[in-house]
Design a protein around this ligand. Structure first.
Ligand code: FES
Length: 367
């Protein structure tokens, strides 16, 4: 009888990696990255299936991620990683399709507006063609449909409609049983994104009341007003979801609070991290990255993620706007200001989100 030979150390290691079910990416991603730099850890390749024109400056990209992608909930975002002139760029975008489309057909959509001077959005519009492959992160964000069902007021401005499109499609498919109102602000009717889709939704889903407001047609600019809110039945019982330009969001929040809506019932998602009340605070300081044995000075309102990157470090990050928590690190000492709230942290040990933490004096971070 032949003696069973013990596998070599190298073979045992290889076997362990291949059957590492908890994190197969730890083995495969470095191999994939050497074939295609887009296939980096944490990113799933997604192929462009179709590109649709929505308005003069907005396109919908239909993407097919590989099956290893973990899916999403309506209202969430993904980071898209692309290479432009040899440099990798990452930007967050909202998913505009319903999770049902992903479950049934294995595709998702991103509806993206061309931003004046925006490197990535312009590249996507001008250069991204059917058949190209992008890197796509896992989905993140808590701009989610309330469960159990509750009356909802959506207020959207411009391309801020995109996560709400996903939510409305999902609510209609699930026959979400509560009154839903959408106030959608656009400059002119030519700027309405997914206009026919919205009208079709309102026609097949009677719970939805659709009100599209053109702000720059007619006599003069027309913005969200208290009268608009007065037309929403049972406003006080509604959960409010806001997505759009900062001015609209701040105005909406102010008017809703004025009508007695609790802050906890107002949910916002931003195009970029807002900065609250930093102008009158002294910020900046010496930052020590303890794991890297690196100390750098910062001035102005640079956040810890930007400071780390400028120092040549590559901390993990996702949205870069305080949503996904992927950049969370332990602060061992010092004070940081939260860019979203304007509030200072305590001086001691705690977890902080690098992308929205601005040092105020000396700070030590485990990174
Ligand atoms: S990168 Fe998403 S919270 Fe900081």
């Amino acid at each position: 009888m032949l003696a069973k030979e013990k596998p070599s150390k190298a073979l045992r290691w290889l076997g362990k990696q291949l059957f590492n079910r908890e994190n197969p990416a730890a083995f495969f991603d470095p191999l994939l990255e050497s074939l295609n730099p887009m296939w980096v850890r944490g990113y799933t390749p997604a192929r462009v299936e179709q590109v649709l024109e929505e308005t003069a400056d907005t396109k919908t990209f239909i993407l097919k991620p590989t099956q290893r992608w973990s899916g999403f909930e309506a209202g969430q975002h993904v980071n898209i990683c692309t290479e432009i002139d040899g440099r990798r760029h990452t930007r967050p975008f909202s998913l505009s399709s319903s999770p049902v489309l992903w479950q049934e057909q294995g595709v998702i959509t991103l509806t993206i507006k061309r931003l004046p001077g925006g490197l990535v959005t312009n590249w996507l519009h001008d250069r991204l063609k059917v058949g190209a492959v992008l890197g796509m992160s896992d989905a993140f964000g808590d701009f989610l449909i309330p469960e159990p069902a509750a009356p909802v007021l959506f207020i959207a401005g411009g391309s801020g409609i995109t996560p709400i499109l996903s939510q409305l499609e999902t609510m209609a498919t699930q026959d979400y049983r509560a009154p839903i109102t959408l106030l959608y602000f656009v400059r002119t009717h030519d700027d309405v994104i997914a206009g026919s889709q919205l009208k079709a939704l309102a026609a097949r889903y009677p719970a939805l009341t659709l009100n599209i407001v053109a702000t720059h047609e007619g006599a003069g600019p027309r913005y969200l007003s208290d009268e608009d809110l007065a037309t929403v039945p049972g406003l006080k019982a509604r959960k409010a979801f806001l997505c759009g330009p900062r001015g609209l969001m701040e105005l909406a929040e102010h008017l809703l609070r004025g009508r007695g809506i609790q802050q906890s019932d107002i949910h916002c998602t931003f195009f970029a991290a807002p900065s609250a009340g930093l102008s009158d605070q002294a910020v900046g300081g010496q930052v020590q990255f303890t794991e890297s044995s690196l100390e750098v000075g910062s001035q102005g309102d640079a956040n810890l993620l930007e400071i780390a990157e400028a120092a040549g470090l590559s901390p993990r990050y996702g949205c870069r706007m305080g949503i996904c928590h992927q950049c969370s690190c332990r602060k061992t000492s010092g004070t940081v200001i939260n860019r979203l709230t304007g509030q200072p942290s305590g001086p001691g040990e705690e977890m902080v989100q690098l992308c929205i933490s601005i040092p105020q004096g000396p700070v030590s971070i485990e990174a």
